[in-house]
Design a protein around this ligand. Structure first.
Ligand code: GLA
Length: 382
């Protein structure tokens, strides 16, 4: 039975009618990692797995929501003090609260949702959940909140209800995603451009290490603090630097002695990464996939050695890709586990995947998972 049918069946069993169906997507990111909260560029796209929710207003002041995947239900009111304990329910509660804070209307509703974004793989299952509900509530209550603000509702939910000081990339991709297109977003100005992505002769594939490191959110928040610290030091000499992405590399060198070495390395990575996004977009327009791939390897090096968000398993997969002459490979998303994203020539695909499975399992005792990337639509009513 497909996901939509299961969701509607559950909705009927619980609430005695059909719900209205909404969907949203997880995301990949070709390049531009940890640049979003530094005001830099990202280059994500929505993918063909996400969250589907059936929703209907219930005429009360209570929200009753069920997660099919966790096989759990939760009811809560809409005041700040009604915040639920369950982690998954806090995403839905947060979206309600953030919508209200923006002057939107939210009243009681019933909902059942399920998802097929692999959890902990760095594919933004939480952003998919937030975007699905942000989009749905906006539609159901005819709030007229624009798409940028819908993405910010998801981001603020992470900040204020889930403890992650994330950037805007995931929620933006989940809301703005379009089939077959990547989106280059300038996270400072919020200007964006769609790039059709059909790399002829290549496939984009994710290899999921299936490791998820504990305390990833506090490590993530520490990275962000390092970047802000480096930007503040540079700003003393160059007041025009609002975000780290505004800084030139030489400006960072000027303050090397004034900041912890760790912050210097983090900032060095970010400044390089912002430029790599632009280089990759140029290369894509020329159909130069070799350059795209080379930039991906450079990003991996930076994320592993300077930003320190990779891990043994992901470094292993990256090294294997290099050894097998895969065009591009790098850790994707926030890091601390999850996937590598790989740009692989068609003729190499089968042997690379077979080797990755075999060698990874021999080394780490469990098989990685493999997901072919299909770039798809973001949040929508079904
Ligand atoms: C997570 C965050 C994003 C972004 C990436 C790293 O996915 O939610 O905002 O910072 O990590 O690029």
């Amino acid at each position: 039975m497909n996901m939509q049918t299961r969701i509607q069946e559950k909705f009927r069993a619980l609430f005695g009618e059909d719900g209205i169906l909404y969907a949203s997507a997880g995301r990949i990111n070709l390049i531009g990692e940890h640049t979003d909260y530094n005001g830099g560029y990202v280059f994500p796209g929505a993918i063909d797995c996400g969250i589907v929710a059936a929703i209907r207003l219930n005429g009360t002041d209570k929200v009753n929501v069920c997660s099919l995947d966790y096989d759990e239900c939760c009811s809560f009111g809409l005041r700040e003090e009604d915040a639920p304990e369950k982690a998954w329910a806090r995403y839905v509660f947060g979206v309600c609260r953030e919508t209200l804070k923006r002057g939107g209307k939210v009243e009681g509703f019933n909902a059942v949702f399920a998802g097929d974004v692999p959890l902990g793989a760095g594919l933004s299952s939480s952003a998919a959940l937030e975007s699905c509900f942000a989009f749905a509530l906006n539609d159901l209550f005819a709030n007229g909140i624009d798409k940028f603000e819908l993405a910010r509702i998801g981001q603020s939910t992470e900040h204020n209800y889930c403890g992650v000081k994330c950037g805007i990339m995931d929620q933006f991709a989940s809301i703005f995603g379009q089939e077959g297109k990547l989106i280059r977003l300038n996270c400072k100005t919020m200007e964006y451009k769609y790039f059709p992505f059909h790399p002829e002769g290549y496939r984009l594939v994710l290899i999921d290490s299936c490791v998820k490191h504990e305390l990833a959110s506090s490590a993530y928040n520490r990275r962000r603090a390092s970047c802000e610290n480096a930007a503040a030091a540079i700003r003393k000499n160059h007041p025009e630097v609002e975000f780290l992405s505004d800084a030139k590399r030489v400006w960072l060198d000027e303050v090397r002695a004034d900041i912890p070495e760790e912050d210097f390395l983090r900032a060095e990575y970010v400044i390089g990464e912002v430029q790599r996004v632009l280089d990759v977009c140029d290369a894509l327009e020329r159909g130069d996939y070799e350059t795209v791939g080379e930039m991906m390897y450079q990003t991996h090096f930076g994320m592993s050695r300077l930003y320190e968000v990779s891990c043994e398993e992901l470094d292993f997969l990256n090294k294997l890709a290099r050894k097998m002459d895969v065009t591009g490979s790098r850790v994707m998303g926030g890091g601390f586990g999850g996937c590598t994203i790989n740009l692989v020539r068609n003729e190499l695909y089968d042997s690379f995947i077979a080797a990755a499975k075999k060698e990874f399992e021999a080394r780490f005792g469990h098989a990685p998972k493999v997901y072919d990337v299909v770039i798809s639509d973001g949040a929508r009513r079904l």
